[in-house]
Design a protein around this ligand. Sequence first.
Ligand code: CP
Ligand code: NVA
Length: 298
Amino acid sequence: MRNLISMLDLRGRWMSLIELAEDMKENPFSYSRSLEGKTLALLFEKPSTRTRASFECAMHQMGGNSMFLSPRDLQLGRGEPIKDTARVLSRYADAISYRGHEHSKTLELAQFSSIPVINALDESEHPCQALADIFTIWEEMGSFDLKLCYLGDGNNVCNSLVIASSLAGMEMVCSCPEGRDPKTLDLARKLGGKVRVERDPKKAADGADVLYTDVWISMGEKEKNLELFRPYQLDSEKLELAKEDCLVMHCLPAHRGEEITEEVLESENSVVFDQAENRLHVQKALLFHLMLITSDLG
Ligand code: CP
Ligand code: NVA
């Protein structure tokens, strides 16, 4: 693995990354100089709280540096092609974490970079999030013999989670309005994943071990008819239908009163801030792998 563009790139490696993240979380000081002299370029075309902050802290905690590059301040914002930006940054930094719009642009950046490229979210996928999500489930439940119910919009976060569930062998039920199903269902089938669509959100939530949701309108999307999504809100009725010790997950930021109620987000079942913390630990494992192990392999 040289890049992380899709969650599929973690096939065969996701569990060892989770184990490394577990060790890094328990023994952070053992890795405090592991990325000395290394630099991560953070090229972000959209806002971010968790992804930006966790990547910057990850580099700092491992003795390396990060540089945050916004298109507003770069020549990229004045029309310099991404393929030129890729080749220039490759001469300075050791990896690029890129948050953009079209998936084709993420692929082009990776094609022209000679250093690892990490997809920090685009309109197709959010693999760093999905890795943190399965780490959180593993940490909380100690098993993937579970039913995960995803409610709402079958967006980038859901696309990566479908692949992650398939790789982990976890049952996943996607309950989205018609026309908003995730785009990775065919891939999940090819992977032998136990992923299915259930249009009725109450049936989907019934007996779930994990209830997951994300915003109804993602960054860069046009306004949508939110009424279509209302039945899919993660509310106390769905939580009642799920198992008593069910985890409530959300990648954040959350829109209270839309995809999730305040009551459910703040409930005892909610692990959203542990999930947010785990972004840091899995990304440390990922950076360690991409900057040291992969580069040693040439
Ligand atoms: N979950 C997530 O990626 O959050 P940010 O947009 O704040 O980075
Ligand atoms: N689906 C959301 C995730 C934000 C972390 C978006 O793309 O805006």
